[in-house]
Design a protein around this ligand. Sequence first.
Ligand SMILES: Cc1cc2nc3c(=O)[nH]c(=O)nc-3n(C[C@H](O)[C@H](O)[C@H](O)COP(=O)(O)O)c2cc1C
Length: 276
Amino acid sequence: MTNPKSPLVDRYGQEAGHLQDGTGYSQLLPILSRGSCRSFKTDEVDANLVQLLCAAALASPTKSDLQQRDIIVIRNPGLKSEIAELMSEQSWIAEIPCLLVFCGNNRRQRRLHQLRNRPFENDHLDAFFNAAVDAGVALSAFVLAAEAVGLGCCPISAIRNDADRVSDLLGLPQHVFPVAGLALGYPASNRPTVSPRLPLDVTVHTDRYNEDGIDDEIDRYDARRNGLLPYKNQRGENRFGTSDSYGWSEDKARQYAQQERQGFGTFIRDKGFDLS
Ligand SMILES: Cc1cc2nc3c(=O)[nH]c(=O)nc-3n(C[C@H](O)[C@H](O)[C@H](O)COP(=O)(O)O)c2cc1C
């Protein structure tokens, strides 16, 4: 990383610098300077601490208080290895001390309708979407809580690469589905890497959505990001060749030029969701 300034400036660019002088900056510094962790000490995470973090995560907002998310803490080492094996293209996952799986759960809601003998009149995309969002909100809260007590985390969408197998291994019934895994442990390094983001002018809008100048902003972001955290490898070199100006936009365009999780919609429909 060249010429580090502050977590806020490194993250969002010079234009965000003035926010450092404002209210709340020092309290929010740990969040502003956070980063995902993929390399851990071998130390176990105490089971009570994991449970406390689950309590913090599930205290986060939940749509209409429906509470449509569950967390599965993987304690069985054999099961952890079997799940990690399904994601072996990311070799670091095999070494993680603790694995959790955040699930969307629309099953309990449907049970309430059976118990109280009321029709379930919302069998459409929103039922899936609300449960998925609820799980995402809890995931985010867990990450911030864990990082606040000195743990490192990395969400793992690769848990959905073989959703059928993961679902079998975890015994997920109808209307319960994995949203993301989460690697948890004590970070091998004390300082997380601050991953630069698009400038706030691009992603925070006032009153009305605005994408004026977006292409130039992306070019500028690519350049700023390359100055701070250049990519070590170029994705899909065999197919796309090497690029002298390889940056975030090229990396993301290459990433989604390859099919990923084409079967996930079928998996979710097979779980009983009507996505119309
Ligand atoms: C839902 C979700 C799924 C993710 N899945 C993976 C994953 O499978 N593998 C991985 O290395 N990182 C994964 N990440 C972490 C992102 O790559 C990471 O958040 C992003 O690169 C920004 O870096 P930062 O968190 O350090 O700021 C995931 C993040 C989220 C929110």
